[in-house]
Design a protein around this ligand. Sequence first.
Ligand SMILES: NC(=O)c1ccc[n+]([C@@H]2O[C@H](COP(=O)([O-])OP(=O)(O)OC[C@H]3O[C@@H](n4cnc5c(N)ncnc54)[C@H](O)[C@@H]3O)[C@@H](O)[C@H]2O)c1
Length: 256
Amino acid sequence: MNILDLTGKSAFVTGAGQGVGRQIALHLAAHGARVGVNDVDGARAGAVVGEIEAAGGKAEAHAGDVTDFAAMRTIGASFGGADILVNNAGNFGSDPSKLTGRPFWEQEPDEWRAWVDVNLYGVLNCSRVFLPAMVAKGSGSLINVISDAGRVGERNLEVYSGAKAGAAGFTRAIARSVGKANVRANCVAISSTRTPTTAMFLDNPDMAKKMLSQYVIRRFGEPSDVANMVLFLASDASTWITGQTYPVNGGFAFSS
Ligand SMILES: NC(=O)c1ccc[n+]([C@@H]2O[C@H](COP(=O)([O-])OP(=O)(O)OC[C@H]3O[C@@H](n4cnc5c(N)ncnc54)[C@H](O)[C@@H]3O)[C@@H](O)[C@H]2O)c1
């Protein structure tokens, strides 16, 4: 028996059109789950579904913006109940290329909305859509991808850090609320992981050298590092684990 086998389960992964979310979708599908591949960019979601199907897996593309509750509710109804929800969609702001290290006190309030909308409201919206069926069924696993920025704080990313910490606080609270129904909720807190969005930082040799000096394991993360932890939390290998935040971070910061 393979305790990581997800055959017969369905999983919905947000922001799965590229990067970490794409790898999570591929991984869950490779372990037998039927996967709903969500992304605000429909072409990306479709491409990932193509990859899963080419590998013999089952997947459906669900283009939609996680900040739009009505749209996600419609998508949730068409996907049907999920046994596993991975709230992965997130951003470093509306335009990561503008992340030039401006301190909080020089930012304008209208710059903050993009962080809070996706990284916190996106989690609330999709959890609200998918949790009722899990509670009714008496099983389920909710996994929220947050950031070490939300655990230990990140200079010049104060609002992003706050939104991610908000998602972690929500996860702890909802774990208490749905535990009686045998539904679990956990976070995976990641540090610098190579994706199309982070390549602009991680491929800059000067920045990379400075950043890597903070990691006990001297390499950046790969999406598969995160997908392995998500698979564990999605599977029956973790049925007594809830309300926790697991860092996947090469030792960037430890947990107490
Ligand atoms: N990569 C890292 O170093 C890193 C570090 C810490 C935390 N994270 C978190 O991990 C998650 C994945 O990061 P990534 O680097 O793979 O991101 P990415 O930007 O490479 O990919 C994110 C995907 O989500 C989609 N998306 C964005 N907003 C959306 C929305 N409103 N609705 C639906 N889809 C949306 C994008 O179109 C994109 O395809 C995010 O939550 C991010 O905050 C990443």
